[in-house]
Design a binder for this molecule. Structure first.
Ligand code: LLP
Length: 430
């Protein structure tokens, strides 16, 4: 099976994180997100250990909260020694309410409302990532109002094509940061260094998502360290921190490559040390921002199959009791997933199905062309590796309540996010 957390019981049923998923379905209902805490911790440790081995002890791994954000995640991150990056007042609020140490938090975003900047400054975040001159000026202005010297890092676009899908490619020309190629990045740095009210701690870049090789990261590091040399020559300033973003690849299907974090980071560490030596720039503290690779393969979604429809001469559809409201990624990106019939894992009567959600539009599919042991209404359907950008991107389209999140660990389960109720749906209606 695609996930380390998965196993098959003697009765041919799916187990996840040591728990029987049918028992979880009976206890919490479906559809349901299940997260294996054991796997989460393994992923966190792989990054923290890998980063320390590669870049030294003062490196920082900050989890990209956008991948999945709920309160119970933060004590685990804290225990494992990670920081967190947030991109909104909502994510910051969640981390703060969870008691997460604010000096390990980075605040990102292309548009920061004044109240969000104020909240970040008052909370005492490690830094705000200024996305450009406009953002920088706003941060400085709010800092002056609060009487706080605002710690900032500067978002740079290094102009790298990480050969990934365009919707999540942020290293080439895009709306994020200031580009190296055009000279605007250098102008931005010089403006920031002269900007009263801010303390410039470092530089930041993020080149994209689902990157399986070290190459694009090494190229980003090289471009950024070249830039550091240039900045040193022109201004005498060296960044204390260099953030290289997230984007480490995750296996959603058997055909996806394996991505060894330790191996990639080791190579990247050597590259960074060599480049700093060759270019004569002091080695900055490296920050990594993995999101997907921490949570994706720790999570799965469990649905109940309803109707199984055969279109004469056409396809088999199985309709499940969730859909684009809890996983919009197929509708948005045609994102691949591995699907299982959790009730009959060992069945040999395989059929090809399109797994469709319950939303009222034909594109509301979870996955097409999946081979499953024959599905009957009432079977449980599992979609693997849904820990990242599923719960985080869920919506109330069709006024469907959002799903609960259950954490499992060595067979024990606990509710981390309860299911939305109909009353919740009316909370904001006047
Ligand atoms: N840091 C920054 C500045 C980012 O913009 C992102 C992701 C990350 C870190 C984390 O990247 P990761 O390690 O998760 O690949 N909704 C899309 C993903 C958008 C990611 C945007 N930025 C999806 O469902 O694939």
């Amino acid at each position: 099976m695609i996930q380390k957390s998965m196993a098959i019981s003697p009765e041919g049923k799916l187990r996840f994180g040591g728990a029987d998923v049918e028992a979880l379905a009976r206890k919490y209902g479906t559809p349901l997100y299940i997260l294996d805490e054991g796997r989460l911790v393994e992923n966190m440790r792989a990054f923290v250990r890998g980063a320390e081995a590669a870049f030294g002890r003062d490196t920082l791994v900050t989890y990209a909260s956008k991948a999945m954000c709920f309160k119970a995640l933060y004590p685990i991150l804290e225990r494992e020694g990670l920081g967190a990056d947030v991109v909104s007042g909502g994510e910051l609020y969640t981390a703060r309410q969870a008691g997460f140490p604010m000096n390990r938090v980075h605040f990102h975003g292309t548009y920061k409302e004044d109240w969000e900047i104020d909240m970040a400054l008052q909370a005492g975040v490690h830094s705000l990532i200024a996305d450009g001159e406009y953002d920088l000026e706003n941060i400085a202005r709010r800092g002056r109002v609060a009487g706080i010297l605002a710690p900032v890092m500067l978002r740079i676009t290094p102009g790298i094509d990480p050969h990934t899908f365009a919707a999540v490619n942020t290293g080439m020309e895009c709306q994020f940061g200031r580009p190296l190629e055009t000279g605007q990045a250098m102008e931005f740095v010089k403006t920031a260094l002269k900007q009263p009210g801010v303390r410039v701690l470092g530089l930041h870049c993020h080149i994209g998502s689902q990157i399986f090789e070290e190459g694009p990261f090494a190229l980003a590091a090289e471009k950024m360290l070249n830039f550091c040399r240039q900045i040193l020559d022109e201004t005498g300033w060296s960044p204390e921190y260099l953030a290289l973003g997230g984007g480490f690849g995750v296996r959603y299907r058997e055909s996806d490559p394996e991505c060894s974090v330790e191996h990639m980071l080791r190579g990247l560490g050597e590259t960074v040390r060599r480049l700093c030596r060759e270019k004569g720039v002091p080695q900055p503290k490296i920050i990594l921002e993995p999101g997907r690779s921490i949570v994706a393969d720790a999570g799965m979604t469990l649905y109940t199959a309803g109707a199984v429809k055969q279109i004469a001469g056409g396809r088999n559809y199985v309709i499940v009791n969730g859909g684009m409201t809890d996983n919009p990624r197929y509708a948005l990106y045609k994102a691949p997933y591995t699907v299982y019939n959790a009730s009959r894992m060992t069945g040999e009567d395989l059929e090809t199905y399109t797994v469709a959600g319950r939303c009222c539009e034909s594109g509301a599919l979870i996955q097409e062309n999946v081979r499953l042991p024959r599905v009957q209404g009432g079977d449980f359907i599992a979609v693997a590796c849904t820990g990242a950008y599923n719960y985080a991107m869920a919506s109330n389209y069709n006024r469907v309540p959002r799903l609960p999140v259950v954490l499992v660990k060595d067979g024990a389960d606990r509710l981390a996010v309860r299911r939305e109720t109909l009353e919740d749906l009316l909370k904001c209606d006047i």
